[in-house]
Design a protein around this ligand. Structure first.
Ligand code: DQA
Length: 145
């Protein structure tokens, strides 16, 4: 298996930076990707990042990571609260999975309290804004080293 980590970003995260900055901050998704790259690439770990607003693309991305990536860093956006298909895809992946949320969904609207993926991730980081991506990258580094 190659030393590769796939960062998977769900719907509406392409609008980070302009979308509700009071909740999600002013950093763009490209900046969060750079944070992850800056931590993992010096350790010889490739980072592949896929953002999509389509559930099927996210599922295919996770399938393609099977046997080719050691870990996933996922923020599935609102699909976290509704997608049983993504839950199954992560379960099938079988490798190390870290879930990141910029905000803390548990402290927000009731519909965000349900996570379909909570039982199939190794750990979740929520509520620390962009620092969550840094924490996720370090947890992956610890796992693969
Ligand atoms: C989010 C939280 C989700 O509830 C929301 O739908 C998002 C972003 C976060 O990073 O805080 O799109 O995943």
């Amino acid at each position: 298996m190659s030393r590769r980590v796939v960062m998977v970003s769900g719907p509406n995260l392409n609008l980070l930076g302009e979308r509700a900055p009071e909740i999600y901050g002013t950093a763009t998704l490209a900046m969060h990707e750079a944070t992850v790259r800056d931590i993992l690439e010096p350790a010889g770990i490739d980072v592949v990042h896929v953002q999509s607003n389509e559930e099927s693309v996210l599922i295919e991305t996770i399938h393609a990571a099977r046997g080719t990536a050691e870990a996933l860093i996922v923020n599935l956006g609102a699909l976290t609260h509704s997608s049983w298909a993504l839950r199954d895809a992560l379960d099938i992946f079988g490798g190390f999975v870290v879930e990141v949320h910029l905000s803390n969904p548990a402290a927000r609207e009731p519909f965000r309290h349900l996570s379909t993926i909570a039982s199939v991730v190794d750990g979740s980081i929520a509520g620390f804004g962009g620092f969550g991506y840094e924490l996720a990258a370090y947890s992956v580094l610890r796992h693969v080293s």
